[in-house]
Design a protein around this ligand. Structure first.
Ligand SMILES: Cc1ncc(COP(=O)(O)O)c(C=O)c1O
Length: 370
């Protein structure tokens, strides 16, 4: 029996009646885009995130792009961010014409090394974009403190981390604006692409809602150029019916992570950073394999039928499209080392005890053969 990296079928099975009801309701009233279904989801999401406003959009990538647009970040501006993340983080900065300034990561948390932020600030810096990678919050107290001191905006890339907290605060709710992704591999998984922004700033929320519909503030009136970033009703309806289960999904992921932590402790592989003050929601369970053993371990797991994947094998400052920034190999060593050594293994909520046993046994077997 193979163990997949994720199996959404198992999550949807018990929800099938509700999903069918939502589908029939939306087909009957033919309101396919935005409207009541989206508003209902937005209200529930804002409550969950602990923010005043939530804006449902087409994807996490578009949420980041819209956040930058709404904060007037563009050509000539710099945004400090992580090189060890999904491409969309930096890609969105480039797409508004601004420059991503990559600083190194903390090798234990894989998040921005906040101590390096101040050294990267110039008169062009407009914002900091921390990423809560793999479901673990970045050091938000320090990041918001630095931003405040220097008059910078904070755009949280919380694409992977809805449900995670720093202290008692939800990721996404601590900066000026937070961005979530509901891509199907995320903890709250849509049926297709979807995303959202959250904020406590009423003016910003209003502007984001205009940007979502091409920049239109009232019928046929366009104070600025936006785009088509509208969320579909069916996707919103499914997200709304799954949101009440998100805490359970996260608890299940955390239970798997606990077990991995105990069972893998004796092996020479690194397990994720844990801290009581940072509620980790394990969008990925990412181990660290030193000494060039990452590829062989990945192959071994694949041979045993166990899903595994490297997130991310090339840090963003080394991507061909960012060579012009001049941050060459060796400039961000923690990110580069992480890219050579990380491996993500199954941690999806519905994974059974037997399946996890199989993963653990395969890793142990590899450890003994090494
Ligand atoms: C850290 C990070 N940022 C941004 C995104 C973009 O989200 P989406 O795929 O919904 O566009 C993702 C997810 O894929 C992500 O993991």
């Amino acid at each position: 029996m193979p163990v997949p990296l994720i199996d959404l079928g198992r999550q949807h099975e018990p929800l099938m009646n509700e999903i069918r009801d939502a589908f029939e309701r939306i087909v009957k009233n033919s309101a396919f885009i935005l409207g009541e279904e989206v508003e209902r989801f937005e209200q529930a999401l804002a409550r969950y995130a602990g923010t005043k406003y939530a804006i449902g959009v087409t994807s996490g990538t578009d949420a980041l792009l819209m956040a930058l647009m709404a904060l007037d970040i563009g050509p000539g501006d710099e945004v400090i961010t992580s090189p060890f993340t999904f491409f969309a983080t930096a890609g969105s900065i480039s797409r508004v014409g601004a420059k991503p300034v990559f600083i190194d990561i903390n090798p234990r948390t894989y998040n921005l090394q906040w101590e390096m932020i101040e050294g990267a600030i110039t008169e062009k810096t407009k914002a900091i974009m921390p990423v809560h990678l793999f479901g673990l919050s970045a050091q938000m107290d320090k990041i918001t403190e630095i931003a405040e001191k220097h008059g910078l905006k904070v755009i949280e890339d919380a694409a992977q981390a809805l449900g995670a907290r720093f202290g008692d605060k939800m990721v996404g709710s601590m900066g000026d604006v937070g961005c979530y992704s509901f891509y199907p591999t995320k903890n709250l998984a849509a049926m297709g692409d979807a995303g959202a922004l959250v904020t406590n700033d009423g003016e910003l929320a209003c502007r984001l809602r205009c940007i979502r519909v091409h920049g239109m503030d009232r019928a046929d009136h366009f104070p600025e150029v936006g785009g088509n970033f509208r969320l579909d009703a069916f996707k919103a309806a499914v997200l709304a019916l799954k949101l009440p289960h998100l805490d359970t999904y996260c608890t299940q992921r955390r239970a798997h992570a606990d077990r991995y932590g105990q069972q893998l402790e004796a092996l020479p592989i690194g397990t994720p950073f844990e801290a009581e003050t940072r509620y980790h929601v394990y969008n990925q369970y990412t181990v660290r394999v030193h000494g060039g053993a990452r590829e062989p371990l990945g192959h071994h797991l694949s041979a045993c039928g166990i899903g595994n994947r490297v997130y991310y094998s090339i840090p963003l400052h080394l991507q061909p499209c960012y060579q012009h920034l001049g941050q060459g190999r060796g400039s961000l060593p923690n990110a580069e080392e992480a890219a050579d050594e990380v491996l993500s293994i199954p941690v999806f909520p519905e994974m059974t005890h037997d399946e996890q046993e199989k993963v653990i046994a395969a890793i142990r077997e590899f450890g003994q053969a090494e």
